[in-house]
Design a protein. Structure first.
Ligand code: GLU
Length: 406
């Protein structure tokens, strides 16, 4: 009997991870994945780890990595252990592939990319699905040796065993895939570089990850990864695939819907706690229909069984409303630094003549916080608090500004 994903964490220590690939942007969907992992770790007294999947040297610039680190730090989603950089582990990935070669779980494929493309094209013309035809699996050992002696480049492919692959997904329930559908996928490319499929499994195994909570887009990778855990004889973690985030039109959330990067929300004047609340309820529910829930409550209530299997809608209008709720309850002291930053910006853009003294910002904050939605609103909609009026109506002034208490 397959144990439920909830049971498993009770005995051992839960170890989960967020494994972003740096792209220069931290998408709200990525943050939601990080948050669910973090909450699950906190809820189970487990460990939340961060692995930067920086094997794409072109995209993975130090700046792109920094965007992720800054975003997570702003949200208070700090990893419990040292950050793992995938690119520094390539030798270990290679060693795992070589170990599999030795054990007979993988084999060398000498087929050149052009040949493979040709065969794929041929299959397409004939209208049949393409799958690597395993011709290199059947090469006699002498032939393999002589090709190696010639120095011919080769890829390493996993020998996919027959039979069905089944797993229990914490969100989607039982998933079955026939081994027939899976080709002998590549573990090491001809240039010796490990593929994502190999790296992710070796890293998760070495990091002792017990539960993989990640986006739905990885569901089709899971059977292959399970085969690799088996081939490498490493314990298989539990999987939970979280549905995509949708825009209000129910299409996959993209830039068409507005900003998708967490940096944007920070710069727009949202509080980290607002984002935690909003993303925590995006595809997960505590079982009631509340809209406001703080980090402590999320931690207390979060479990994988509360993750919904259908896509969750990210609605910026709702987020704004929520932001107003948080702003109105926020004391000046906890946002003084951020407000100072917005004041500086307003001054540098000429909306303010000078940066107001902190006492003035505090007074304005206390008067305005129940009426604004964003930190930045104080120096936008609330600008009149800091400036003398440009014009006034003398009549109105005589009429209204004359009493004792004015
Ligand atoms: N690096 C992958 C991504 O950003 C995630 C890998 C995983 O979670 O298994 O999509």
């Amino acid at each position: 009997m397959i144990k439920s994903i909830e049971d498993k964490g009770v005995g051992g220590i839960v170890r989960v991870r967020f494994a972003p690939s740096p792209t220069g942007d931290l998408h709200v969907g990525g943050v939601r994945t990080a948050l669910f992992n973090y909450l699950y770790a906190r809820h189970t007294d487990g460990r939340f780890l961060l692995r930067i999947e920086d094997t794409d040297r072109e995209r993975s610039t130090p700046e792109a990595v920094q965007v992720i680190l800054d975003g997570l730090a702003w949200l208070g989603l700090d990893p419990d252990e040292e950050i793992v950089y995938q690119s520094r582990r390539m030798e270990l990935h290679r060693a795992a592939a070589l170990e599999l070669l030795e054990r007979g779980g993988a084999y060398r494929c000498f087929c050149a990319p052009e040949e493979l493309t040709g065969r794929r094209e041929e299959a397409r013309r004939q209208g049949r699905p393409y799958k690597y035809d395993r011709r290199c699996l059947h090469l006699p050992p002498e032939e393999v040796n002589s090709r190696l002696d010639e120095g011919r480049p080769y890829a390493v492919r996993l020998k996919v065993p027959e039979g069905e692959i089944r797993f229990q997904d914490g969100v989607h329930g039982e998933i079955r895939v026939s081994g027939e559908e899976i080709e002998d996928f590549v573990l090491l490319r001809r240039d010796g570089s490990p593929t994502y499929m190999l790296a992710v499994v070796v890293d998760d195994a070495d990091m002792g990850i017990t539960h993989i909570i990640r986006g739905d887009d990885h569901i089709s990778n899971t059977p292959k990864q399970i085969l690799l855990y088996r081939a490498l004889d490493r314990p298989q973690p539990e999987f939970a695939h979280v549905p995509l985030i949708l825009g209000t039109d129910k299409k996959r959330l993209s830039k068409r819907h507005g900003a998708t990067s967490i940096t944007h929300y920070r710069e727009a004047g949202y509080l980290p706690e607002t984002m935690i609340n909003c993303l925590g309820l995006l595809g997960w529910s505590p079982g009631d229909d509340r809209n406001v829930i703080n980090r402590q409550e999320l931690t207390q209530l979060f479990d994988i069984s509360g993750i919904q299997s259908s896509g969750a809608v990210f609605d910026e209008a709702k987020l704004q409303w929520l932001s107003g709720q948080y702003i109105s309850g926020t004391e000046y002291a906890s946002v003084s630094g951020e407000l100072g930053r917005f004041a500086e910006m307003a001054a540098s853009e000429g909306r303010l003549e000078a940066i107001p003294p902190p006492e003035q910002i505090e007074t304005a904050w206390n008067l305005m916080r129940s009426r604004i939605h964003l930190l930045s609103d104080l120096f936008d909609r609330g600008l009149y608090m800091f400036r003398d009026p440009d014009t006034y109506e003398p009549k109105g002034v005589r009429k209204y500004f004359s009493g004792e208490n004015i």
